[in-house]
Design a protein around this ligand. Sequence first.
Ligand code: FAD
Length: 360
Amino acid sequence: MYDFAVVGVGPAGARFARRAAEAGYDVVAFEKGTVGTPLACSGHVSTDIWEYVPEESKDRLLQNRVYGANFRVGGPGTRAYPFYKSQEVSNVVDRIELDRTLADCAREAGADVRERHTVTGIDERHDGVELTVSAAGETLSVEAKMVAGCDGPVSRVRRAVGLPEPGETLHGVLAFDDDPDDGDFVDVHLTVPRFFAWRIPRGDAGVEYGLAAPPGAEVNEMFDALTDAYDVETDHFCSGAIPIGPPDRVTTRRAFLVGDAAAQTKPFTGGGILYGMTAADRAVSTISPDDPATLRDYESAWREELQSEIALGHWIRRAYSLPESVQKLGLRSLSGEIAVHMDKPTSFFSREHLGKLVGR
Ligand SMILES: Cc1cc2nc3c(=O)[nH]c(=O)nc-3n(C[C@H](O)[C@H](O)[C@H](O)COP(=O)(O)OP(=O)(O)OC[C@H]3O[C@@H](n4cnc5c(N)ncnc54)[C@H](O)[C@@H]3O)c2cc1C
């Protein structure tokens, strides 16, 4: 019997598998496809990402350095409100290669990472879990003391063990134009209901255009309007779900969720790569597979780390739905050089920023 069976080898699953194996646990991890595919992510992350991958992988993964964002209430050509720093704020990384690198780290740490293995059933028992896994036309049965549901926004583990669905799921789309662009700024357009559209320069990999919106919004039409306004043709169109939380509970007796499965994302950007890996680290430091009571420690630990950031992220997101005149006023007052960490909205509420807002 394994200590942990991990379902899903995205950033959260790979990180959990790596850290759990390094802690001496016997870990098996199943990925239904090949790690990193299909792509449905911008890979726009804070520079904290480099703490999670080997130093030597940086040249291969880094596509562009970003120093700020131009916010606009309208489309391209309307007034830009720049927010920037003198040092890089964030990086654009090759998301497929990032996932492969994280999975390699898990393998090197001793986790048994198996691609093209789909978990089709989870039977939670008093003393462990039994997974049904389908691979190459065969069905395997795998036993573990605990299961880590790291299987993304539409989590099968979450459903199988009866944990709550995320409060909201956004629909994100993106596509690429091949023209190289190593510009320093991303563009953010507050032209989408309750969220935003973006343009991200990705160095030699071209330019990414994308947006996310709540269910019911005409995402494809809005995407066409965005690329028409920029007068670009895009290809490699991708689409994915962005869960917004936090849910009330992400653990049962023998199962726990990490990453998008647990809606551990930033409500004001949809980003979840670093929150998922942060939560994975908390899971490894708190959970003992022999003691289900430790799952309560994981519930407290990840919330302690991320819950206030998520709560403030919800407040920031409310600004996307304010009347245009109020948005312009707010953007005008706050724009300029900032000292904000993109994963930590609490850093928006520094004395310096509040002073700016009240005109000091
Ligand atoms: C359009 C868009 C843009 C985004 N841009 C950013 C961004 O710029 N920065 C950022 O931080 N975040 C971004 N995100 C969010 C980011 O992609 C997720 O937060 C992140 O991928 C979550 O990682 P994860 O490991 O929890 O889940 P995932 O990356 O979804 O990995 C889950 C894995 O589980 C596998 N799986 C699912 N079911 C099974 C099963 N039954 N058996 C075996 N394997 C299974 C899947 O194949 C997948 O590989 C974006 C999302 C979207 C949709």
